[in-house]
Write a new protein. Sequence first.
Length: 102
Amino acid sequence: MKRSVSRVLVAFAGLLTSSLAFAEDGSGSGVGLWAIGSGLAMGLSALGGTLGQSKAAAAALEGIARNPTSKDQVFTPMILALALIEFQAIMGFIIAVLWYAK
């Protein structure tokens, strides 16, 4: 677990420091930096949505496994929660596209 977290932090630091390679002299429009920001926004929203959905599904399945008769009471709120989490990921994608189109 610690190794994967450290790899993610190193990759993120590499992305932040690589922005110096896209430095401009002021005459450009800065599309490169907007593209990097949009890519980071899409990646982070996909990562957050995936983690959120996996935790919600795991908690719902654990609750059903402990008490199988509660399946009907757990299923509908779980689907609603998954839809809201997916909506947040889609909003991250839309914001990233709007940033890039700016």
